[in-house]
Design a protein around this ligand. Structure first.
Ligand code: DNO
Length: 345
């Protein structure tokens, strides 16, 4: 496996120099953040990003994310032009040596939590999802501000998006995803860029919007849309594993054997009850995810792909992007490598 670390560019309080000092870290996972969603990423910008990362002794082989515009998810007439732009971005990424693109197909909201700084007993803080609190939130109030959104929507934008999604149920969303993948994957194959869909986080419908990448059945359906290793998965242990319905070790085992895991996100979550969870340190006993079991499954299938420690808590007084501080993710990376080394030896 190749261990990587998510980095949000020059504005990230975590610096490339720090990432470089984490033992075993081969590269960063990043994106171009100042191009509006839907536009083609220019080759020169991608190359400048890559050169900057390389100059600090790190690789840039994984992009997370190239966001999919809502019009593609909604299947609006302008989707064809937007898909052309997306294809051009994939070609440019391939030319710059990028090997994997992580993306998602979640309507309107990316990952969603009820609190971003929930204090734990040890004084650290973490991201949590309490069902009873999310159920009370009103996305149309204009007051919601959650992490992970690739766009900041105004109250009016949100309202019109919710209206537009009234005619898109799960089946329609599958249809639109199918249309997208059938056009994109042949280009990804040519460009040498493996696509890796991120599961919905959490893996259930929120605010009445459809969510479809939630389970083994949906991952099976996804990979069967286009039979190619370029049409693969980001197996995110925390997103899938916050539902008791998903056995992430079994899922890792299955899709690693099929060579469809193009990217691994390793995160631990503690399920309080179905629908409610707290994010936890990577060590297995801190939460509900059997991280060593996941790594053993990857190892068994000789996994050579990219892995990143996903969300960490905020510890040692660090402040920054929720889930994406330096310290706890660095600790998580060493837990992952420790397990990997012990399997190897
Ligand atoms: C959360 C991330 C997601 C992910 C996107 C991929 O921390 O894993 O925001 O980057 O869903 O498109």
């Amino acid at each position: 496996m190749k261990l990587t670390f998510r980095w949000y560019g020059e504005d990230d309080p975590v610096k490339l120099e720090n990432i470089r000092q984490i033992p075993g870290m081969t590269g960063v996972v990043s994106a171009i953040y100042d191009i509006p969603v839907g536009e083609t990423w220019p080759l020169d910008k991608i190359i400048a990003l890559k050169e900057n990362v390389n100059s600090k002794g790190l690789e840039l082989e994984v992009i997370e994310s190239v966001p999919v515009p809502e019009a593609i998810k909604l299947g609006l007439p302008e989707r064809d032009d937007l898909i052309e732009n997306y294809k051009a971005t994939i070609r440019h990424l391939g030319q710059a040596g990028v090997k994997v693109v992580c993306y998602n197909f979640m309507p309107v909201f990316d990952w969603t939590r009820s609190h971003l700084e929930h204090e734990l007993e040890d004084g650290s803080n973490t991201l949590v999802y309490y069902k009873n609190q999310v159920d009370k939130m009103d996305p149309l109030s204009g007051e919601l501000s959650l992490p992970g959104w690739d766009e900041s929507y105004s109250k009016d934008d949100i309202k019109s998006l919710f209206d537009a999604y009234k005619s898109v149920d799960e089946e329609k969303l599958w249809e639109n995803l199918t249309y997208f993948l059938k056009t994109i994957i042949p280009v990804a194959e040519e460009a040498g860029v493996k696509m890796a869909i991120h599961p919905d986080d959490p893996p259930w419908s929120i605010f009445g919007l459809p969510r479809i990448i939630t389970s083994e059945a949906s991952l099976d359906r996804l990979i069967n849309i286009y039979d190619s290793e370029y049409n693969g998965i980001t197996l995110c242990t925390g997103s899938l594993g916050c539902s008791t319905k998903n056995d992430v070790v079994a899922l890792t085992e299955k899709y690693a054997a099929m060579n469809r895991i193009n990217f691994m996100h390793i995160r631990n979550v503690k399920i309080i009850e179905e629908g409610t969870f707290e994010e936890a340190a990577h060590m297995a006993s801190m939460g509900s995810i059997n991280v060593p079991g996941v790594l053993k499954a990857l190892h068994k299938h000789n996994f050579k792909g990219y892995v990143r420690p996903d969300h960490g808590r905020m510890i040692w007084g660090e402040t920054g992007k929720p889930g994406y501080g330096l310290y706890d993710r660095a600790l998580g990376s060493q837990y992952i490598l420790g397990i990997w080394d012990s399997i190897n030896n």
